[in-house]
Write a protein that binds this ligand. Structure first.
Ligand code: 5GP
Length: 209
């Protein structure tokens, strides 16, 4: 029997470039399922409901939490964010690979439930670079930017909770590194052991003929 799909979790401070890497991975791997999160934050210019996020009210998210509809959730920079449970579970059970781009608190919740997940921490090459990326993005207010920058150093301290750390200096290179990690993870004995069963089963059949 084939094992569950690979659950890839990407985290890192704001401005590390997770979003870009996630997008590039999806272009390279069209079968990789991206879990669209729910959030209570306001949509930014150009963001589409159901594509970037499911934009919800605080009451709606609280209800989802109460009804166990979220696989994990966290309050990040003053807003709720969470991963819808049913979508992720369905795809994993079908053997599909799923990517979650979530914060550290959420990733730690997922790690407890899915110790076989692949946890990748994306970091910027320097804090100066991180700062200039957040400003250049121009999508957040000064107040929000300051909050995100203040959190960044503290967030870096969680890097060793992850399986891999990828420095994102050039997005394409960082994406290739994540692809290499995914390839290696697919060959883990725990994930490929079913092949041994298949080989033994085939050998047994041959002997019967
Ligand atoms: P942004 O507001 O920039 O889109 O996201 C802010 C932070 O929330 C990022 O670190 C992002 O990875 C994280 N985030 C997005 N979706 C989720 C989610 O479903 N759960 C958790 N825990 N964090 C999320």
């Amino acid at each position: 029997m084939k094992p569950q799909g690979l659950l890839l979790v990407l985290s890192g401070p704001s401005g590390a470039g997770k979003g870009t890497i996630c997008q590039m991975l999806r272009e390279k791997l069209p079968d990789l399922a991206y879990s669209v999160s729910v959030t209570t934050r306001q949509a930014r210019n150009g963001e589409v409901d159901g594509v970037n996020y499911f934009f919800k009210s605080v009451e709606e998210v609280k209800q989802m939490i109460a009804e166990g509809e979220l696989l994990e959730y966290a309050e990040v920079y003053g807003n709720y964010y969470g991963t819808p449970r049913s979508y992720v579970m369905e795809l994993l059970n079908q053997g599909k690979d799923v990517i979650l781009e979530i914060d550290i608190q959420g990733a730690m919740q997922i790690k407890k439930r899915f110790p076989d997940g692949v946890f990748v921490f994306i970091v910027p090459p320097s804090l100066d670079e991180l700062c200039s990326r957040i400003y250049k993005r121009g999508t957040d207010s000064e107040d929000v930017i300051k909050r995100r920058l203040a959190s960044a150093t503290g967030e870096l301290a969680y890097a060793n909770e992850y399986d891999y750390i990828v420095v994102n200096d050039v997005a394409q290179k960082a994406t290739s590194k994540v692809l290499t990690i995914m390839d290696a993870e697919r060959y883990r004995a725990a994930r490929t052991y079913f092949i041994i069963d298949e080989i033994c089963h085939a050998a047994h059949k041959e002997r019967e003929i």
